[in-house]
Design a protein around this ligand. Structure first.
Ligand code: RP5
Length: 163
């Protein structure tokens, strides 16, 4: 199976990365995670992206806050799909990173999820890989069902509590 690459701009983004990693582990998807910044270590971010396809990656998740150019830099250097996760890390509450990540110029897409949306980034990455992997597709369907069952359990518990 192709790997998911997770690139974070700083180790301060780890709490969001951990949400993605939890989902990838649950679905048994191989991944690699690195701290490469678009601004502080641009050569490493670029080299990783340029070589990602030949190194066995199928999707890249970019996790960054503030003036979050990381997703765009990665996407500029690969035609693999790039999923951007804006992080809340400054006085602007993540709106800065959201706009920096989502407002890509035409030609270089970054599929942007919610601020702090590490779990959805991993699920979206899994859905992309599942297009050519029937076993993973079945795992995703099973997860949907089990997540649904958990919500219905919560509904029952709330009804009990409010009776
Ligand atoms: C971004 O700046 C990182 O992705 C991080 O979210 C933010 C702050 O980085 P640190 O100052 O915490 O290293 O590049």
């Amino acid at each position: 199976m192709k790997k998911v690459g997770i690139i974070m701009g700083s180790d301060s983004d780890l709490p969001v990365v951990e949400k993605a990693v939890a989902v990838l582990k649950e679905l048994e998807i191989p991944y690699e995670a690195h701290v490469y910044s678009a601004h502080r270590t641009p050569d490493e971010a670029t080299d990783f992206s340029r070589n990602a396809e030949q190194n066995g990656f199928g999707v890249i998740i970019s996790v960054a806050g503030m003036a979050a150019h990381l997703g765009g830099v990665i996407a500029a250097n690969t035609t693999l799909p790039v999923i951007g996760v804006p992080c809340k890390s400054s006085v602007l509450d993540g709106m800065d990173a959201l706009l920096s990540t989502v407002m890509m110029p035409s030609g270089i897409p970054v599929a942007t999820v919610a601020i702090g949306g590490g779990a959805n980034a991993a699920l979206l990455a899994a859905e992309m890989l599942a297009l050519s992997d029937g076993e993973l597709s079945e795992k995703l369907k099973a997860k949907r069902e089990s997540d649904k069952a958990k919500v219905l359990e919560k509904d029952k518990a709330v009804q009990e509590k409010l009776r």
